[in-house]
Design a protein around this ligand. Structure first.
Ligand code: TSJ
Length: 638
């Protein structure tokens, strides 16, 4: 332990103690999310070095004990004594709050973690942390425990004299965080995003933990252009080019990339200093203003819009648009309840000016692309008008006749939604068995015919014409989009019941897509479930077993013996079960398995749906099977 503490050091330690007392103030929370922010805080320092042009590679490693190493090939944190403080520069970085990147000539800082607090906060919240700097053939090192230096900066060995860089390893403090186990996918997602946002920078992520070992490399010479290509990769683009605009104005650095696809959804993500701004702000407003004005001007000038046609709305132009807006600004101001909405007014002008100018030029140079986008927007305009009429009609209907329920719905008798559940069943015949099997008081059945409309691939007016979708909307009772009201939900559980095969999984996916796009709160608040029918029935000596996977069938056979007189039935669909079997295996709340659907909030751009397992009393865990099957629905965007 370094023994002597002067007055400055005591002040420093008090600073770090404040971080440990109120960690939430510095990293948002001590949940899994806060834990992962520690990594981003460290990586941000290397990204700053890359933005300055001094670093081309960052490697992140999750070690078996869940400690983390971040290493870059930048200039290295300056070694030796920092004159202002009389302490080693690296010690200042890790022990003085807000010290990051502020010393040495030409310190450069545009990025910064969500809370922009830097390395000392990570140190304060770590059980231990070690930093190594590679400089002129020597390795400089210092170690800290619970924020305190264990010794002065020292040279611990030699390295290649050409090698420069900084390496930090830390172990999050288990006394502070709810969990200290890192999630590979969460880190992967954010590091990929950082690589897209910093063109040319190579970032690797390696997981050394037992049973997990994997490695990823992210390196995009095209930056956000490649980000747009990535977001559109499972979609059909409307034209080949990805539009790209960049420039500097009012001391705001602006980069925009965009491309339309043939879906009807808008996928526009904005970033400030490499941090996503889900609530947008002035930079997003500038972008929207620019495209609305530029496309309307172009469409008028080129007679794609006639004199008596209405102007295109921003929404019309953004139908099927995938775009990234990334700005860098010295003093970002965030407003709104969650402080995630950019407030700087100079950002609006900068983005609007750069996008208007360069988009106008692009459209003049690429009339075919311009025409494609304008025509799609004009179709969207017409569909919007038709959809408004259709929606008004549906709205009026439900209001007038007190919400006439769909004819196919066999409703339950209990009127308290808290007790009620609705089974959405694939196919009329399975629907029939389910109606017979159900517990009438609390279980409603809505049979749907075959595949429902894929709402990702249909325009809004066609969606409202679809009978299956209308039936679900009226049965649930909540309304959709801006009319959505959770207090009107007629069932506590919405249970999707489809065959246990690939077709069934596809149908379930289509239903989840519909719910996700029209009433996402139902998923967010945990009201949506998948039923899990069995795959096999085994009969032996008048005893019956049901198996929900091949592994389970195997386990049952091991137990009862693999004899000649075993009768094994493979269920190909729900229709093969009689009402009693359906009740016993899939609908009886005491015995059934339900998977609760939830959204991974970190990854909303990938629409990631995962599951909790809820099982009746007499069913033993079947985790593996469920994990395997959950993959079917992993990517909603089929
Ligand atoms: F902050 C930190 F300690 F957590 C950290 C910093 C962690 C990691 C993995 C890397 C870094 C870091 C810092 N990488 N590169 C730098 N660069 C500087 O600190 C640096 C070097 C030279 C000069 C100069 O003006 O000569 C200025 C700076 C800021």
């Amino acid at each position: 332990m370094a023994a002597e503490y002067g007055a400055d050091q005591i002040q420093v330690l008090e600073g770090l103690e404040a971080v440990r007392k109120r960690p939430g103030m510095y990293i948002g929370s001590t949940s899994e999310r806060g834990l992962h922010h520690l990594v981003y805080e460290i990586v941000d320092n290397s990204v700053d070095e890359a933005l300055g042009g001094y670093c081309s590679e960052i490697n992140v490693t999750i070690h078996p004990d869940n400690s983390i190493t971040v290493v870059d090939n930048g200039r290295g944190i300056p070694v030796g004594i920092n004159h202002k403080t009389g302490r080693p520069a690296m010690e200042v970085v890790f022990t003085v709050l807000h010290a990051g990147g502020k010393f040495g000539g030409g310190g450069y800082k545009v990025s910064g973690g969500l809370h922009g607090v830097g390395a000392s906060v990570v140190n304060a919240l770590s059980d231990w942390l070690e930093v190594r700097v590679f400089h002129e053939g020597k390795i400089y090192m210092q170690r800290y425990e619970v924020g305190k230096p264990c010794f002065d900066e020292k040279i611990i060995g030699d390295c290649d004299p050409e090698k420069t860089g900084t390496q930090v390893t830390f172990m999050a403090d288990a006394d502070i965080f709810e969990t200290t186990v890192f999630d590979y996918d969460t880190l992967k997602h954010r590091l990929r995003e950082m690589a897209f946002l910093t063109k040319g920078l190579k970032i690797t992520l390696e997981d050394e933990r037992e049973g997990i070992q994997q490695k990823k490399e992210f390196h995009y010479e095209g930056g956000i252009k490649e980000f747009v290509a990535y977001l559109n990769k499972n979609k059909q683009p409307l034209y080949d080019s990805i539009l790209y605009f960049e420039g500097n104005r009012n001391e705001v650095q602006v980069e925009v990339a965009l491309q339309h696809n043939d879906t009807f959804n808008e996928n526009v993500y904005s970033f400030v200093n490499n941090i996503v701004t889900p609530e947008g702000g002035t930079h997003l407003v500038g972008f929207r203003n620019a495209i609305t004005k530029t496309f309307n001007d172009y469409a008028r000038t080129n007679k794609l819009l006639k004199d008596n046609d209405q102007n295109l709305t921003g929404e019309d132009i953004r139908e099927g648009l995938t775009a990234i807006i990334s700005i860098k600004i010295a003093d970002p101001e965030f407003e709104g309840q969650t402080k995630q909405k950019l407030g700087n007014s100079e950002a609006r002008g900068a983005v609007e000016g750069i996008v208007s100018e360069q988009l106008t030029y692009f459209l003049e140079q690429n009339p075919a692309v311009a025409k494609t986008i304008c025509e799609k927007s004009i179709l969207a305009q017409r569909a919007r008008e038709a959809a408004r009429k259709a929606r008004d009609l549906t709205r009026r209907k439900t209001a007038l006749d007190g919400g006439a329920l769909p004819g196919k719905l066999a409703d339950c008798s209990d009127k308290d939604p808290k007790n009620c559940e609705i089974y959405i069943v694939e196919g009329d015949s399975a629907g029939g068995s389910a109606k017979e099997a159900r517990s009438r008081a609390t279980q409603a059945i809505l049979p749907l015919r075959g595949k429902i409309l894929n709402v990702e691939k249909a325009r809004e007016d066609r969606i409202y014409e679809n009978a299956e979708i209308k039936a679900m909307i009226t049965a649930f009772g909540t309304g959709i989009h801006q009319d959505f009201d959770i207090s009107k939900l007629r069932y506590d559980k919405i249970i999707i019941m489809t065959d246990a095969d690939v077709d069934g999984a596809h149908i379930a996916t289509l239903m989840l897509t519909f719910i996700y796009r029209f009433m996402p709160e139902l998923i967010k608040q945990g009201h949506v479930y998948l039923a899990k029918p069995p795959l096999y029935k085994l009969e032996k000596n008048r005893n019956i077993w049901y198996a929900y996977s091949d592994e389970e069938l195997d386990a049952i056979l091991n137990e009862v013996g693999r004899d000649q007189n075993n009768k094994i039935q493979r269920y190909k669909g729900l229709g093969e079960m009689d009402a009693e079997q359906l009740w016993e295996t899939t609908m009886d709340p005491e015995k059934r398995i339900l998977l609760r659907v939830h959204m991974n909030e970190e990854q909303e751009d990938e629409i990631d749906v995962t599951f909790d397992t809820l099982m009746g009393d007499r069913v033993e865990p079947r985790r593996q099977f469920i994990e395997e099957n959950a993959k079917f629905v992993k990517n909603l965007d089929i």
